[in-house]
Design a protein. Structure first.
Ligand SMILES: Cc1ncc(C[n+]2csc(CCOP(=O)(O)OP(=O)(O)O)c2C)c(N)n1
Ligand SMILES: O=C1C[C@@H](O)[C@H](O)[C@@H](O)C1=O
Ligand SMILES: [Mg+2]
Length: 636
């Protein structure tokens, strides 16, 4: 056996350079690079190995571990899970900062390799700086908190363990049915320890994204279900996007007149201007999609996890009359809602299903077009919303008085409604630009109002809806799609939560554009509490004298080196967008919008857990409403 003497960290870097993915006849390196923040836990181990020979890996210095991990995840999501970044952190707080991002990657089924350092295997310096101590166990470190948010988790305390650990991690990350974050915690001292590694460990390894084919039984069952239904409906989930099933979805939908509705992860698999695409489904859905869902007798879920938003807490469909057909590479998701299961790749299944459906046509007739037209009228109305200082009736009704709305208009110096601003952006930026968002009121507005006309240009993280993903993620998308303009749509709350990777983007000349919607508060949560009978409590941004905060975010970003703009009107917004598009540096547009001017719900309900006991009549009513809705909802 030929061996090579390397440190554990050097062996890790050498191995990462040799991993390839094979998809539909093409083969390419799977690991694009490494995001790094060095501390005492990794600088002399993984840091030394990367400095000595990083190979083809791009090494990018992050500014916050969560932020750089979000960037890594967004890169992989935008690359349809076909390429990844690894993320190296120090021990203790650096590792702990990964937990939120790992949860985000896990909820969204996105592969990322997390490499937090761990405390000393030898225990000689016990307790090392940043080590937590438990009386009952030496074996628990900060990194155990990552077990709950990793698809694969391991601790390496001897150099030779690295080999089996890495092989398992790559098996998990390159399997579409299991894809998610893999976490390998390598003890600080072990990173620098040497071992005679078997040379064969470093030979080029090709992992295959083979399309799992449906069985005959699955295909026959699916075809029979469709042909015996009158009004089937396709839910396009993230899995359909990752499987690149756009063309097959369009041809199936067109030939058999089947409406398409979308989840947040599935949106932009098929462009919004496709005639049978009725847009977002569920709590953040359109009237068109939600109405079609209720009329349907067969729900064909393609690559969807059926979250409570998508299923409106299991009231979106008519469960008494509808059947379910789930096409999913994951058995976990295929089993949901008592569906007939096809555990297979979305694109391959649609290809093989097509010849079995013959001349079958649904009974939707012109109803799909009618629903789409009806929604277009509503969208046009939302575009034209205009603020008045008297008798203004915002989309979120009955919560703020006119006086409070005027106070916001005065303090923020704006009359701009959020829906108007969003549609103006959709009309102005280049159609092949990629938009990213994650939390607050924007995901709902985007899923309803954003019309992507180019495939894979809508990037929503709504599995974890993690505030702070937006700007970090924009950097990841830019690394994946260098030639496209990238726009992070972010609330003021999310911006304040985390925007450190804006500096990384500036530092590495990765131009991203930030569209900051400032309504001076945690707007959507304020809506939620007031809608359910509560007061406006701890969600507006007000100072100790109850004055609304008016933060100059443009100035903040200018300080980092971004080109910035302020927008209080549609005209200013469009001018800023036009100028921002010409810049080569990162940009930020500080858009002041009025609270309560985001979209409201359309025929949907969300189970929230309203207080059963309260002195407030509004809360009592909300509780009653919740109980009625729960009775209508599917129990499991
Ligand atoms: C990390 C994280 N913490 C808390 C939440 C809960 N949360 C969801 S939306 C929201 C407020 C968002 O405020 P902002 O970004 O200003 O958006 P707006 O609703 O005002 O449009 C909060 C606190 C979350 N989604 N993520
Ligand atoms: O609690 C939440 C409510 C949603 O409306 C919001 O989009 C999401 O970010 C969230 O966490
Ligand atoms: Mg806000």
């Amino acid at each position: 056996m030929e061996t090579i003497r390397l440190t554990t960290a050097q062996a890790l870097v050498k191995f990462l350079n040799q991993q390839y993915l094979h998809v539909d006849g093409e083969e390419f390196p799977f690991v694009e690079g490494v995001f790094a923040i060095f501390g005492h836990g990794n600088v002399l181990g993984i840091g030394q190995a990367l400095e000595q020979d990083a190979g083809h890996l791009k090494v990018i210095q992050g500014k916050n571990e969560q932020g750089m991990a979000h960037a890594a995840m967004a890169f992989s999501k935008q690359m349809l899970r076909q390429k990844i970044f690894a993320v190296t952190t120090s021990v203790g707080p650096g590792a702990a900062n990964l937990v939120t991002a790992a949860g985000t990657a896990l909820a969204n089924n996105i592969p990322v390799l997390f490499l937090p350092s761990d405390t000393f295997a030898s225990r000689q310096p016990d307790p090392v700086l940043q080590q937590v101590e438990h009386e009952h166990s030496f074996a628990i470190t900060t990194n155990d908190s990552l077990r709950a948010v990793s698809r694969y988790w391991d601790r390496v305390v001897r150099p030779e363990q690295l080999m089996t650990s890495l092989i398992r991690a790559f098996e998990v990350m390159t399997d579409p049915a299991k894809a998610g974050p893999a976490t390998i915690c390598i003890a600080q001292d072990v990173q620098g320890e040497a071992f005679d590694f078997d040379e064969r460990f470093f030979v080029k390894r090709v992992h295959y994204h083979d399309r799992k084919l449906p069985t005959d039984r699955e295909l026959q069952g699916a075809a029979e279900l469709i042909k015996s239904s009158k009004r089937p409906l396709i839910v396009v989930g993230g899995g359909a996007k990752y499987s690149q099933a756009r063309d097959q979805l369009i041809s199936l939908s067109e030939k058999h007149n089947i409406p398409l509705v979308e989840t947040q992860a599935g949106k932009s698999t098929v462009e919004s201007n496709f005639k049978n695409n009725l847009g977002g489904l569920g709590v953040t859905g359109t009237l068109a999609a939600n109405r079609a869902a209720r009329q349907s007798d067969l729900i064909i879920g393609i690559g969807t996890r059926y979250t409570d938003f998508t299923t409106s807490s299991k009231t979106a469909f008519n469960f008494d009359t509808s059947r379910f057909l789930n096409i999913n590479v994951s058995r976990l998701h295929a089993y949901k809602l008592d569906a007939f299961q096809v555990v297979a790749d979305a694109r391959a299944t649609l290809e093989q299903l097509a010849p079995l459906l013959g001349d079958y046509v649904t009974e939707f007739g012109h109803e799909i077009q009618r629903l789409k037209d009806e929604w277009s009228v509503e969208r046009a109305r939302l575009q034209r919303v205009t603020f008045h200082e008297q008798d203004f009736d915002p989309e979120i009704k009955g919560q703020f008085t006119q006086d409070v709305l005027n106070e916001y208009a005065g303090t923020l110096n704006t009359e701009l409604p959020q829906t108007t601003a969003l549609i103006a952006i959709n009309e102005t930026i280049a159609p092949n630009s990629v938009v990213i968002s994650a939390a607050g009121s924007l995901p709902g507005d985007l899923q309803r109002l954003w019309n992507p006309t180019v495939s894979n240009t809508y990037h929503l993280e709504y599995g974890y809806s993690c505030m702070g993903y937006e700007i970090s993620g924009a950097l990841g998308i830019k690394l994946a799609e260098a030639t496209k303009d990238v726009y992070a749509l972010v609330g003021d709350g999310s911006f304040l939560m985390l925007h450190s990777e804006l500096i990384t983007a500036i530092q590495y000349n990765q131009k991203i554009n930030i569209l900051l919607f400032d309504n001076s508060g945690f707007g959507c949560i304020n809506n939620l509490q007031m809608e359910n009978g509560g007061g406006s409590y701890c969600c507006e941004f007000r100072d100790s004298d109850n004055q609304i905060l008016n933060i100059d975010y443009a100035k903040v970003a200018e300080g980092y080196g971004a080109k910035t703009y302020r927008a209080y009107t549609v005209k200013q917004l469009k001018e800023a967008l036009a100028d921002a598009a010409k810049q080569s540096v990162c940009t930020l547009i500080d858009i002041k919008v009025l609270p309560k001017t985001m979209t409201a719900g359309y025929d949907s309900w969300w189970n929230l857990g309203v207080a059963e006991v309260s002195d407030r009549e509004g809360i009592q009513q909300a509780y009653e409403h919740q109980e009625q809705q729960r009775k209508l909802a599917k129990q499991y």
